[in-house]
Write a protein that binds this ligand. Structure first.
Ligand SMILES: Nc1ncnc2c1ncn2[C@@H]1O[C@H](COP(=O)(O)OP(=O)(O)OP(=O)(O)O)[C@@H](O)[C@H]1O
Ligand SMILES: [Mg+2]
Length: 263
């Protein structure tokens, strides 16, 4: 492997000249980002700067809107997902997404955990009940939810607290074995205690997955991420180790933002 190739092998996401328009409105401008594998990267910036748009571009969910146009390249684990030959199902299998508000399906706790896995099980392949039980137990343990729900697995997921629902929404991604987890303000609907619990979980997942997390909470970005990306009006201003971004930001705009002068 030459140097360039081995460097790229360490990357979960690599974008080049990524531009995105909603109709005539340009929301992303020449975004060139290298997001490393196996670490937590936080994405910060004022409201409307394009954080969610960027996450949704990586998962190709913007394209559901007929009026979105994307140019450039988005390599996820080495494949340009904008390439027409890439199958959306395969893209989605590699990438899990968590949203601001927990969005469990109107199903039992158990069925929520298994829904993604069932969707991705090849047609005709039988999975035994015992295997499903094992999957449910394993991932609920992984999200620190097993002890609380092991006796109520048949109850509707929406009967859980918001914190538990958000943990469940993370749990249901795991049986599909994604490499990349995208989290768009996963703690914004939670109270401080629940935020702390979900953050603890995110730390537990560190190293097992690559995580990109959008947050407006500077303390969370600082505590919970290894690298930090600061965006402003659709452009990347700064990307580096989180400590550096917070202690010695390279750009005045970054310093102004993290000191709370705007946004
Ligand atoms: N579906 C859409 N159609 C048209 N414009 C949109 C759409 N979604 C977002 N935009 C616009 O694109 C820009 C970036 O929005 P985006 O939601 O990505 O920002 P954000 O950084 O996630 O903001 P916030 O912190 O408020 O969540 C904004 O100007 C927004 O109004
Ligand atoms: Mg957003």
């Amino acid at each position: 492997m030459d140097n360039a190739t081995s460097l790229q092998a360490d990357l979960a996401v690599r974008t080049r000249d990524l531009n995105l328009w909603y109709g005539t409105f340009q929301a992303l401008f020449d975004v060139d980002l290298d997001i490393k594998q196996g670490i937590i990267t936080s994405l910060i910036g004022p409201s409307g700067c394009g954080k969610s748009t960027f996450l949704r571009a990586i998962n190709r969910i913007n394209e559901r809107l007929g009026y979105v146009r994307t140019t450039g390249t988005i390599d996820v684990c080495g494949h340009n997902i904008l390439d027409e030959s890439v199958e959306l199902v395969q893209v989605r299998k590699q990438i899990g997404m968590v949203f601001q508000r927990p969005n469990p399906l109107p199903l039992s706790i158990r069925d929520n955990v298994l829904c993604g896995h069932r969707l991705h099980t090849p047609k005709g392949e039988r999975v035994s009940r015992e295997d499903h039980d094992d999957i449910v137990e394993e991932v609920l343990k992984q999200v620190l939810l097993w002890d609380a729900v092991k006796d109520i697995l048949k109850r509707p997921a929406i009967s859980l607290s918001l914190e538990q629902q958000q943990k469940l929404c993370i749990a249901r991604l795991l049986p599909v074995k994604p490499t990349l987890l995208l989290m768009d303000e996963p703690c914004s609907a939670l109270d401080p205690a629940a935020t702390a619990a979900v953050e603890e979980l995110i730390w537990e997942l560190k190293g097992k997955f690559t995580i990109v997390i959008v947050t407006h909470n500077m303390a969370q970005a600082r505590r919970a991420s290894d690298e930090c990306i600061f965006m402003l009006m659709g452009k990347v201003v700064e990307h580096g180790p989180t400590d550096q971004t917070f202690v010695t930001p390279q750009h005045k705009e970054t310093a102004d933002y993290i000191e709370g002068r705007y946004g």
